[in-house]
Design a protein around this ligand. Sequence first.
Ligand code: ADE
Ligand code: ZN
Ligand code: ZN
Length: 267
Amino acid sequence: WGKEGHYMVCKIAEQYLTKRASNAVLDLLPPAAEGELASVCSWADQVRFRYRWASPLHYANTPGVCNFKYSRDCHNSRDELDMCVVGAINNYTTQLLNYKDSSNGYNLTESIMFLAHFMGDVHQPLHVAFEADEGGNTIDVRWYRRKSNLHHVWDVNMIETAMRDFYERDVNVMIESIEKNITDGWSDEVSQWKACNGDSVTCADKYASESIKLACDYAYKDVDEGSTLEDDYFFSRLPVVEKRIAQGGVRLAALLNRIFSKKVGGN
Ligand code: ADE
Ligand code: ZN
Ligand code: ZN
């Protein structure tokens, strides 16, 4: 996602944090965050040049198939295992589980800023997509009259257009609308979004599997190099964007609540 997408994911997450998790998050955030997780959710994009090793941690790619397999797909270009968005979520979660163990050598301020960002990215369908087109980055399209690429349409353009046409150009109005959907429209599903009975603490594997399926069924569907994407595409895909933002937020909060459910409260 772009800046607005990440902001929305983290703003939604803030609403679902337990008191304990919220205190731990406040304790770890840098002073510049001014107590707001959402204000540092794009930090990982801002340091992309300083931390070049972290670039592959924003996504995972498959060899042109519509399923995600960790052992096959979670690596960087040098074939180092775990160097993808799913591995990163698991890794930063493990680091944060050592919160309050002052001898753990990690910078947990960076860990939480990475984790919050990558929980957003793993929900962007084209962040778990095809290697050959770099998650749609090499597929040039038009978004209405403007030149864009398929990846950018999902990171930024659909959210921008939705804000302009439906939400008074105000990200907070869009957030409120998504939150209303969480409590009304999607309320039956939300407990299942949060459920994580898999073999990892994070269930990031599951979120990646959902993303590549949505990439195939919605993002790539009926799109070719040079396509013009407009109303038909926008109206059929925007609901997917909004639901993925909602799931990212709810699940980020659930994960932070789990991480900080035990060890907080000591000295
Ligand atoms: N670069 C290569 N693949 C990518 C993807 N799926 N998402 C974002 N950037 C990428
Ligand atoms: Zn992206
Ligand atoms: Zn990112």
